[in-house]
Design a protein around this ligand. Structure first.
Ligand SMILES: *Cc1c(COP(=O)(O)O)cnc(C)c1O
Length: 403
């Protein structure tokens, strides 16, 4: 990155310009799974990876997927990017491209349930083993690194505990030990730009804030041209061979939604900040990186692109699962949001992670990391009048007796 002070992820997206085939203001959608070649020689070269600008087969790449990938690379400030059918379809190939049998990963212990389950239960079948650590304790992270370690994996803001990783510190550590730092930035698009602080690969589930309309799945890995080329290699590229490629139609629709991400993120952040302050003042155990009471508030503040705020995710601990369930059902009944997993929707979404998205994590480990069963994870929506929402939520909380 030339000058990181000038770096603004939304401006970088805005500056891109792609016209459609007939001068359309949106790029044409490549509605094809396969592509013709004028000469047999070019087809051969494309297989060898030597034919610039030629398309072969849409599992490898397609014009629509490349447009979206380049926009996401511009957002994250990496050389390039590769989109995938889902977030897991980006995370798993990225890890497997970097790790062989016998290799080792150091991962944050508070990560998305699916990633955790992959590292804990699936990767060991390939003899890739993972040490799970408290990612906010840099000494513990370093102590877990072995001579076989290839990757440090974390989320900028962790799911569901909203712990904040110090990307610059972790990057320094990764470089010292010659390992790669992979950062899942799904919870904090625009707010934090991990590559700016030395992350080697930045991953997203596009299913969440980036697409923002809970109508599709998607994923992306943003990194160097060399790494993305390796992933797409027809002979041994994990993205190419594991097959989680995005459909071109979806790439086109996600690109259109990406253009309003900055407006949405600002509104999610504004609403979440408002509710977090209110909930905390009401005496609820509230976790939000924007609150001064958050253990990593200063760390987040130092990393953030300030105008986008602290993001849309917050948690409240209401004591026990029964109360959590009662409250969520009542809030849904009063149309304040939906009892649903996932995040980044226009409507508030809430779930109890201990029994849903993090249920892959054994109960005793949940307890150790502070994941209590009364914890409600909120993805705060784009509500136009958040004061009104707060008043109605407060009524629900009084009714079920958590206030
Ligand atoms: C949802 C999610 C994923 C997985 O993405 P999918 O699109 O569901 O495959 C990975 N990481 C985080 C932080 C997520 O929230």
């Amino acid at each position: 990155m030339a000058n990181s002070n000038d770096f603004n992820p939304a401006d970088n997206i805005q500056d891109l310009q792609y016209f459609g085939e007939f001068g359309g203001v949106n790029p044409s959608i490549s509605d094809s799974s396969t592509y013709t070649f004028l000469s047999a020689k070019t087809m051969f070269d494309t297989f060898e990876g030597d034919a610039e600008g030629c398309y072969l087969y849409s599992r490898h790449s397609s014009p629509s997927n490349l447009y979206l990938g380049e926009a996401l690379a511009a957002m994250e400030g990496t050389e390039t990017a590769n989109v995938a059918a889902t977030g897991m379809g980006a995370i798993v190939p990225a890890l497997l491209q970097l790790c062989c049998a016998g290799d080792h990963i150091v991962s944050s212990r508070t990560i998305y349930g699916g990633t955790y389950a992959f590292l804990k239960n699936f990767a060991p079948k390939l003899n890739i083993n993972t040490a799970f650590v408290d990612i906010t304790d840099i000494d513990k992270v370093e102590a877990a690194i072995t001579k076989n370690t290839k990757v440090i994996f974390c989320e900028t803001v962790s799911n569901p505990l909203l712990e904040v990783a110090d990307i610059a510190e972790l990057s320094k550590l990764a470089k010292k030990h010659g390992v790669k730092l992979l950062v899942d930035n799904t919870f904090s698009p625009l707010s934090v730009s991990p590559a700016k602080f030395g992350a080697d690969v930045v991953l997203h589930s596009l299913t969440k804030f980036i697409n923002g309309s809970s109508d599709t799945m998607g994923g992306v890995m943003c990194g160097t041209q060399e790494f993305i080329d390796e992933l797409r290699n027809v002979n041994d590229g994990a993205s190419m061979l594991m097959g989680a490629s995005m459909d071109s139609m979806r790439a086109a629709s996600i690109l259109k939604n990406l253009r309003t991400l900055h407006i949405r993120v600002k509104q999610h952040s504004k609403n979440a900040m408002y509710l977090a302050e209110k909930f905390q003042n009401d005496g609820l155990k509230t976790v939000y990186p924007g609150l001064a009471s958050h253990p990593s508030h200063e760390k987040f503040k130092k990393m953030m692109n300030a105008e986008y705020g602290y993001g849309g995710m917050l948690t409240v601990d209401v004591g026990n699962l029964d109360k959590a369930n009662e409250l969520m059902e009542l809030m849904q009944e009063r149309n304040l949001g939906y009892l649903a997993v996932s995040l980044g929707f226009y409507k508030t979404l809430f779930s109890a992670p201990g029994t849903s998205t993090s249920s892959e994590i054994p109960e005793e480990e949940q307890a150790e990391m502070g994941l209590t069963d009364g914890l409600i994870r909120f993805s705060i929506g784009l509500d136009n009048n958040i004061e009104r929402t707060y008043k109605m939520m407060r009524e629900c909380m009084l009714k079920v007796g958590v206030l």
